[in-house]
Write a protein that binds this ligand. Structure first.
Ligand code: PXG
Length: 316
């Protein structure tokens, strides 16, 4: 029997999005009330999607893989010649301060660096000063039942841009490609969509990396096929190493997914989530597989026992 198709309610309530009126936002060096946290309409992040971001999780009072996320943020900034006015250490410290100021122990951090306000025109040199803001909140991408029963996903028509068009490794504010792919998933009654690259190889999903198990080996698309170099993806490589499961990065097609024993997605927001159906075809047994469940468990174990303590950087 095919799993029930999940229809997304309008309004984003399913995301668990909450509106805490006194939330403190870190903005350009200051912790301000949410109502005071404002960006100019002349900010090139808004006008042209000219900026970069990170999504980071914290669990049990510790920020998970903080240094890796901040390193990727700086690489993204470097790739778009955005000069960060803060050091990596400072950004790590401000991230922890923001979480602490909101009295949270478990949640999600959205860190955004925009090109800053400048005159109209694409030229990034028109914006002399980048802006950075840090939001500490919560995120819930999928209801619990999908972690237990698995997701039914689709392949969308929207392709990942070629590296020569929009560098897929850069976590930039240009997410319209992924947003349109997500819309296709929602229209089809699915919660995620597999995105192919221009050659027809699997790149990733709209906000998650994709993994397959086949004959005891773990497979995932190459970064050069258009996958984001996911932090969670790297965690899965580590776990596979610990479990003695061989990992192969190579070009994958839908054939590989249809004929896989198991499939799962990874991402900061999604963590590790099983996939049991692609384009209405059952993958493996149609239930989350044993390896997937082991990765899921090992991920939670790591997430809840490692990371940068929120208080440790607090020198403010
Ligand atoms: N691919 C894409 C395109 C992403 O945006 C991932 C893969 C997974 O990477 P990490 O490093 O997170 O394992 C991402 C990350 C959101 C949200 O708000 C999306 C992501 C991360 C956090 C929040 O939907 N995507």
């Amino acid at each position: 029997m095919r799993p029930a198709i999940f229809r997304l309610p309008a309004g984003g309530a399913h995301l668990g999005w909450h509106h805490k009126s006194q939330m403190k936002i870190w903005l350009d060096g200051k912790l301000v009330d949410q109502s005071e946290a404002k960006i100019s309409v002349f900010d090139h992040g808004l006008l042209y999607g000219d900026g970069v971001f990170e999504g980071i999780r914290f669990y049990s009072g510790r920020v998970f893989r903080l240094e890796e996320h901040i390193r990727r943020l700086f690489d993204s900034a470097r790739a778009i010649i955005l000069k960060m006015p803060w050091t990596q250490e400072e950004v790590c410290r401000h991230t922890c301060e923001t979480v602490a100021a909101n009295g949270l122990t478990d949640g999600y951090i959205r860190l955004v660096v925009t090109r800053g306000a400048g005159e109209l025109g694409l030229n990034p040199y028109l914006s002399p000063k980048p802006s950075m803001f840090i939001i500490a909140s919560t995120i819930k991408l999928y209801p619990d039942e999908f972690y237990k029963n698995g997701l039914a996903i689709i392949t969308c028509a929207t392709r990942r841009p070629a590296p020569g068009a929009l560098m897929p490794q850069v976590k930039s504010l240009n997410y319209l490609n992924n947003v349109m792919a997500k819309v296709e998933a929602i229209q089809a009654g699915a919660m995620e969509a597999v995105m192919l690259n221009e050659q027809g190889y699997v790149a990733e999903c709209t906000g998650d990396n994709l993994f397959l198990m086949k004959n005891g080996t773990l497979f995932t698309p190459l970064i050069s096929d258009g996958a984001l170099d996911g932090i969670t993806r790297a965690v899965i490589f580590e776990i596979a190493g610990n479990l003695g499961i061989p990992v192969v990065e190579r070009s994958l097609t839908r054939y590989d997914i249809f004929t896989a024993d198991e499939c799962f997605l990874t991402g900061t927001a999604a963590e590790v989530i099983p996939v049991v159906e692609l384009d209405r075809r059952t993958i493996g047994t149609g239930k989350p597989g044993p390896h997937t469940l082991r990765f899921l468990e090992a991920f939670h174990q790591l997430a809840n026992s490692t990371g940068t303590p929120i208080g440790s950087n607090d020198t403010a």
